[in-house]
Design a protein around this ligand. Structure first.
Ligand SMILES: NC(=O)c1ccc[n+]([C@@H]2O[C@H](COP(=O)([O-])OP(=O)(O)OC[C@H]3O[C@@H](n4cnc5c(N)ncnc54)[C@H](O)[C@@H]3O)[C@@H](O)[C@H]2O)c1
Length: 417
């Protein structure tokens, strides 16, 4: 069978969700119309390991419109939308994904995508690339190039390239301005709050909300939490980011101090054990812990388990831990990306830009015959095109440089007077 999903009967519901997303993704719509005519991806076998959401389905159909044969698996055991993947499977996409997978099931799906023999890979967290490079090397020579969607994946791929382990070129879609400045900041900002609210339904106004990290994603989360009336504390390890947080008006302090006063904690660092045993030990009764970074290692969950004497699932995506010292702490979405596990991930409007980048990068890879192994930036004209179309779709006009201004900005000979 060319798919494995939880329930193919969910397809009609998934189709409606995909239609809703499609109608909020105008940049991708324009690309899809062109792809339908030009078929720039004819002959491409595309292997995608992405969060299997309604927006991803719109991307998959855009790639298929361009002539690609796509195989898709989820990039997280908890982020797949069963109705959406059922709809994709029902219309002929090779899709292997369902919500709540074991680690073995997760990698079984990754391997099914590799069985497809991808010539281009599209990853979110580099699991496809690392499986290809470690356990499925027989398929490596089929791959021409790939792209990577998230910060953590790009970090892993740059490390592979540094060690001489990377065997094919990858475009770092995550790092490009039309992705990082918008998806990471505004997308993660809004959807992380959405995930926390759907999982807990607590009031944010008046709460002490601790954001661990102040990178692109964390900035979005901190700003949105402040907008909801929380008192926001930021913790950082990078002095420049910490300074930025101070000047943006947030209280900054070491996590050990923040741990004693926080009501809600959100990690968004891409790092490991940022909330560790010593922090958990001093947290207040009732404190809630969530993560929006890529992997479920940011909160030391084994330490949380060790310090507790019992655990109950109170609501979907919310577990109560009864601590040995009598307090209760709450973990959201098992410490996995709370915005994707407990909510629907980023809004379609912002994924429109990230996935427009992905579609255009796949086309760019296909057109460029001589890419060498390495980690590439997204070409600047793709970024400019995506922001121009996005502005147009929002009905926003901007000014143009005059010839005189262009000449002035290019010249070095004109001084102060
Ligand atoms: N939830 C989502 O949908 C989503 C979307 C995009 C990216 N991500 C993931 O979110 C994570 C962060 O991405 P980003 O683009 O904001 O990265 P970034 O590099 O811009 O920011 C990470 C920040 O974390 C800080 N940090 C690292 N270790 C820390 C520690 N121990 N304590 C405090 N701060 C620490 C770094 O100094 C840095 O400022 C990555 O794992 C990324 O893959 C998630």
């Amino acid at each position: 069978m060319s798919y494995k999903v939880k329930d193919i009967g969910l397809a009609p519901r998934g189709e409606l969700l995909i239609e809703w997303a499609r109608d909020h993704m105008p940049v991708l719509a324009l690309i899809r119309s062109r792809f339908e005519l030009e078929k720039p991806l004819a002959g491409v076998k595309l292997g995608a390991c992405l969060h299997a959401t309604k927006e991803t389905a719109v991307l998959v159909r855009t790639l298929e419109a361009g002539g690609a044969e796509v195989a898709l698996c989820g990039s997280n055991p908890l982020s797949t939308h069963d109705d959406v993947v059922a709809a994709l499977a029902a219309t002929g996409t090779k899709v292997y994904a369902w919500r709540e997978q074991t680690t073995e099931e997760y990698y079984w799906c990754v391997n099914k995508v590799i069985d497809h023999g991808p010539t281009i890979t599209m990853d979110d967290g580099a699991d496809l690339v690392s499986t290809l490079h470690s356990k499925r090397t027989e398929k490596l020579n089929l791959v021409k190039a790939g792209s990577e969607e998230t910060t953590t994946g790009v970090i892993r791929l740059r490390a592979m390239h540094r060690d001489g382990a990377l065997k094919y070129p990858i475009v770092a879609v995550n790092d490009t301005p039309t992705k990082r400045m918008f998806d990471n900041r505004y997308g993660t900002g809004q959807s992380t709050i959405d995930g926390i609210l759907r999982a807990s339904s607590v009031m944010l106004a008046g709460k002490v909300f601790v954001v661990v990290g102040y990178g692109w994603c964390a900035r979005g989360v901190a700003t949105r939490a402040r907008g909801m009336g929380s008192h926001v504390i930021v913790t950082e390890v990078d002095p420049m980011k910490a300074l930025e947080a101070v000047m943006d008006g947030f209280q900054v302090m070491p996590l050990m101090e923040a741990a004693k006063v926080g009501d809600i904690f959100v990690t968004v660092t891409g790092d490991t054990k940022v909330i560790d045993e010593q922090h958990i030990r001093v947290m207040k009764d009732g404190a809630m812990l969530a993560n929006s970074g890529h992997f479920n290692v940011e909160i030391n969950i084994p330490a949380l388990e060790k310090l507790s004497k019992g655990k109950r699932r109170m609501r979907p995506d919310l577990d109560e831990y009864q601590m040995k010292n009598g307090r209760k702490l709450y973990l959201l979405a098992e410490g996995r990306l709370v915005n994707l596990a407990a909510a629907e991930g980023h809004p379609s409007e912002v994924m429109d830009m990230s996935f427009a980048d992905q579609a255009l990068v796949a086309e760019w890879i296909q057109k460029n015959k001589d890419l060498k192994t390495g980690v590439y930036d997204v070409p600047r004209d793709i970024d400019e095109m995506v922001s121009r179309i996005k502005l147009q779709s929002m009905g926003v006009m901007i000014d143009k440089l005059t010839d005189e201004q262009r000449k002035y900005l290019m010249s070095w000979s004109q001084g102060t007077v």
